[in-house]
Write a protein that binds this ligand. Structure first.
Ligand code: UDP
Ligand code: MG
Length: 322
């Protein structure tokens, strides 16, 4: 199990109380790796206590808040099993579903994802924005994100290795999962309200950033569209020039057209700034990737026995020992 946690001190005990019986009933060896994503409350202390009481509940603590996507990437690098289940710590992902996940996995599916049936726990605006994003993502990238699929999922070792082999720093897991392919199946579930303190850990700004990252890492259409727009506008300007020339030759000249001038200058200045901004978005991402910084930094490990994996994905890393 790979469970990212950010300020979940109150959510952890009920999570474990429900999760452990499920895992014990599965008749296989298991470990839970909690990734403390730079929590500022007593989450790490709680994890220490939990680990002291059951050695199968392990943890790594990141040096600061890196965000859920990176926390998951970190957890997958540490996961040693033949399969890994990703899950939220706030009980919005019912642990009982893991039984079905494992059943499908044993039947030969390489990815089993939880498919949320409704987004009733999200606000109206959030639901609407999510819907719009999914449509835009599909149209632009050609990769279909399965309806309602999130991070609650089981990955076979093949998929874990594939995830670990992706070196990109800007990570949009949903897209990466869909892009990978593999034999996949969805298991429907209802999302209960959040357990634990506070609301969602996502801020609006983070969600916007996340959506933009998702689109930018799966398509370059926003970059290319400007050349087409530029072409159309140039053609239009050329025709207009011809019309204007003929008109002047035939009917002589007069001075009106000032508003047209101002409007078109402003419009095209805007278009140019926008296109520059989009180039900047991609350039910034390329800069991030080229810098080649490690994906995450670890400040503490609880119960991780083997040599730590290398957080820098561009390193080949050691082959996995069985
Ligand atoms: N989380 C994290 N780092 C972050 C934000 C969230 O590790 O920067 C964890 C959080 O503790 C939880 C999971 O990711 O276990 C999902 O977070 P949340 O419930 O806030 O998201 P939502 O349910 O709104 O998608
Ligand atoms: Mg949640």
């Amino acid at each position: 199990m790979v469970v990212p946690v950010l300020n979940e001190e109150r959510g952890l005990p009920p999570l474990i109380a429900r999760l452990r019986p499920v895992l014990d009933s599965l008749d296989l060896d298991w470990e839970v790796i909690f990734i403390d994503d730079g929590s500022t409350d007593a989450t790490l202390a709680t994890l220490r206590a939990i680990h002291a009481q059951d050695r199968r509940l392990k943890a790594i603590s990141l040096s600061r808040n890196f965000g859920k996507e990176i926390a998951i990437a970190a957890g997958l690098r540490y996961a040693r099993g033949d399969a890994a289940v990703l899950m939220d710590a706030d009980l919005q992902h019912p642990p009982e579903l893991i039984r079905d996940f494992v059943e499908h996995w044993r039947a030969g599916f390489e990815i089993v994802y939880g498919r949320r049936l409704d987004r009733a726990t999200d606000s109206f605006l959030h639901r609407w924005a999510a819907r719009a994003f999914y449509v835009a993502f599909q149209k632009l990238s050609g990769t279909t994100l399965p309806e309602g699929a999130g991070d609650f999922r089981l990955l076979d070792r093949k998929a874990i290795d594939a995830m670990n082999g992706m070196s990109e720093r800007v990570r949009f897991n949903k897209g990466l999962f869909a892009w990978m392919g593999f034999r996949s199946i969805g298991v429907p579930f209802n999302v209960p309200p959040r357990h634990g303190s506070g609301g969602s850990r996502w801020r609006l700004r983070q969600l916007l950033r996340f959506g933009l990252d998702g689109i930018a890492s799966f398509t370059t259409i926003p970059l290319r569209v400007w050349s087409y727009l530029g072409l159309v506008i140039s053609l239009f300007a050329f025709c207009y020039a011809v019309v204007f020339l003929l008109k002047t030759l035939l009917f002589g000249t007069d001075v009106p057209g000032f508003p047209t001038l101002v409007i078109s200058v402003m419009f095209f200045a805007g278009v140019q700034l926008l296109s520059l901004g989009i180039i900047g978005e991609y350039l910034g991402r390329m800069y991030e990737e080229v810098k080649g910084r490690p994906l995450f930094l670890i400040s503490e490990e609880l119960g991780i026995e083997r040599e730590a994996p290398r957080p820098n994905a561009s390193d080949p890393g050691e082959p996995r020992s069985q």
